[in-house]
Write a protein that binds this ligand. Structure first.
Ligand SMILES: [Ca+2]
Length: 429
């Protein structure tokens, strides 16, 4: 079956390559699945995993792409200018010494200046934004929030050619599978959508255009809303907002129409902080029963589906009630600081308020050595933190909670200096 599908796809690509303009105009809407993955889902055993030099990696990739039916001229065009860029490798592989505190991230991402410009941009693009929001059942605020955080409303797409970014991620950062898949998708876009290779610029991570889509997202979720024949996420605002809305509704668990991302809430004294976790979902009734209120002290609104409470800086910081729609934002970029910034930027642009409770700014986050020490000490106490890597993920938070329970601290799983001090005081097991 797969061979037949592949053959059909190769014929299609060959047809595209030899056909003289005018190119066939594709109907608007999603590309049929059999064509979308013609090149991106094939067996990638021949994709280079090792090479002695950057140039060798690129040459091997070119041969691989050619073998898999991409036109020779297109391949030459795409890779002609790519250069080794050690910056990309460093950015990709380095575990940061200091983690930006969520309050610093948020202050920068949702600055007064950006809110004001967002409101201006919303006025200018309102018809297009609202149209995409209506059509997909998402909210205009989130579309504006993503646009603002991703590229500062189109002011900053990044200036790295996508073929250069991905070749470097494949060779230098050794993210072979990712790079092979995304390069294939990038070539498919250039070939299928007739996007000039030189136009395909974006971030060092390979994300492109106003909405910073990876090439595979572009193929899977890009929408040709203006019916020009192909999605264009660099210059067509209808395509940009429809594609963003499509991403929110289609990727992962989807989007619940008419429901906000969530809201800031007030937790009662004695709240069981072990229940404040992204992956723990409860109906609203459960939180009401525990005494959770809106930040203004009112009863919680009726949100459908599972909801979660999150505290990003422990029991001393603000608390948020989140819906599935917050998780849809997380699928765009899996960072709670990012998702919260998108949510608040959108909310502020539409005239809503910012975060009300104070962040515990007097307690800076742990540095890399401290994060690793914390993980090592938790592991020594018999709690499973997974790999000691300085990343304070779900496993580390769960281990921290078990330790907090043992020593009688609120079980918020927040790894700060106080927790590290408490661990240092423990006799070794
Ligand atoms: Ca278009």
């Amino acid at each position: 079956m797969r061979k037949i599908a592949l053959l059909g796809a190769l014929l299609l690509l060959a047809a595209c390559a030899t056909q003289q303009p005018p190119a066939p105009v594709q109907p608007a809407g999603p590309i049929p699945a059999k064509d979308r993955y013609a090149f991106t889902k094939i067996d990638q055993q021949s994709c280079p995993t090792e090479a002695k030099s950057f140039l060798e990696w690129v040459e091997r990739y070119e041969a691989f792409a050619y073998k898999n039916g991409q036109p020779k001229e297109l391949i030459a065009d795409a890779f002609e200018q790519v250069k080794e860029n050690p910056d990309i490798t460093v950015k990709q592989s380095k575990q940061p010494e200091f983690v930006t505190p969520v309050w610093t991230y948020l202050a920068k991402a949702v600055s007064e200046d950006r809110v004001a410009r967002g409101q201006q941009q919303y006025m200018l693009n309102r018809a297009v934004v609202d149209q995409a929001a209506r059509q997909y059942g998402v909210d205009s605020g989130t579309l504006m929030g993503i646009w603002g955080i991703e590229t500062d409303f189109g002011r900053n797409f990044g200036d790295v050619n996508v073929f250069e970014a991905l070749s470097n991620l494949g060779y230098g950062a050794k993210r072979t599978d990712f790079a092979c898949k995304e390069l294939a998708a990038a070539l498919t876009i250039a070939n299928r959508d007739k996007i000039p290779v030189s136009k395909m610029v974006g971030s060092w991570a390979g994300a492109m255009g106003h909405s910073q889509f990876l090439p595979s997202n572009y193929i899977e979720l890009g929408v040709d809303a203006d019916r020009s024949g192909a999605p264009d996420l660099w210059t067509s605002m209808p395509d940009v907002f429809a594609s963003t809305a499509n991403h929110l509704t289609k990727a992962g668990g989807g989007w619940i129409a008419g429901v906000p991302w969530g809201m800031e809430v007030k937790l009662p004294a004695g709240f069981p902080y072990q229940e404040a976790e992204l992956d723990l979902e409860q109906p609203i009734a459960h939180w009401r029963q525990l005494g959770v209120k809106t930040v203004g002290g009112m009863s919680l609104p009726e949100y459908p589906g599972g909801t979660s409470i999150i505290v990003l800086t422990g029991y001393k910081g603000p608390a948020f009630l989140i819906t599935k729609n917050f998780k849809a934002i997380l699928r765009y970029n899996n960072s709670t600081s990012y998702a919260l910034s998108v949510a608040y930027l959108g909310q502020r642009i539409l005239g809503g308020q910012g975060v009300q409770a104070a962040w515990p700014t007097a307690e800076p986050p742990l540095n890399l050595a401290e994060r690793e020490e914390l993980q090592t000490r938790l592991a020594a106490q018999g709690f499973d933190v997974g790999k000691v890597d300085g990343v304070l993920g779900l496993k580390t938070r769960k281990a921290a909670r078990l330790f907090q329970a043992k020593v009688g601290l609120p079980q918020d799983g927040y790894a700060n200096k106080a927790l590290l001090e408490a661990l240092r005081r423990q006799p070794s097991v």
